[in-house]
Design a protein. Structure first.
Length: 153
């Protein structure tokens, strides 16, 4: 048990210095994303981020959310930071880039940028901190080594 904990702590220390892969998803702005000010409502950017992560879990990491659920795991959002730089509008396509910034014993911090496809200009950036949970208990779980390995690309 102590040996496993030391190995886990070593992996966490190494992850702070590791550079992880960056992945991209495209999301078309829909009419229902538009607010009264005729641009994408601020809450939709978080939905774009979550949709991109869902896409990338299966397509890029080869471990979709369904696999986590079968194993009895889920992800709880602990904290989110979003900085808005410029708006997206109807007819735009969002390019959502995400990458792992840091892995800890029970959590993963994911960075993101959302750009307008037509110009490549940054619209939104930030990070989201996920905690792995046991679906049955709702309590935090240590991220298993095989999941750390899959997501360490």
């Amino acid at each position: 048990m102590i040996k496993e904990r030391e190995q886990q702590e070593l992996q966490i220390t190494e992850s702070k210095n590791k550079v992880y892969s960056r992945f991209q998803s495209e999301i078309a702005v829909r009419p229902d994303d538009i607010d009264l000010n005729q641009h994408v409502h601020n809450t939709r950017y978080l939905e774009y981020l979550l949709a991109a992560r869902y896409d990338q879990m299966g397509r890029c990491y080869k471990m979709p959310m369904e696999d986590f659920i079968k194993l009895g795991f889920g992800w709880f959002v602990k904290a989110t930071y979003i900085e808005y730089k410029r708006e997206l509008g109807l007819g735009d396509t969002a390019l959502v880039d995400t990458w792992i910034m840091e892995m800890q014993k029970q959590s993963v911090k994911v960075g993101f940028e959302i750009k307008r496809k037509s110009t490549g200009k940054l619209c939104t950036s930030g990070w989201i901190d996920y905690v792995m949970i046991n679906i049955k208990t709702g309590k935090a779980e240590t991220i298993p080594d095989f999941i750390i390995e899959k997501y360490s690309i």
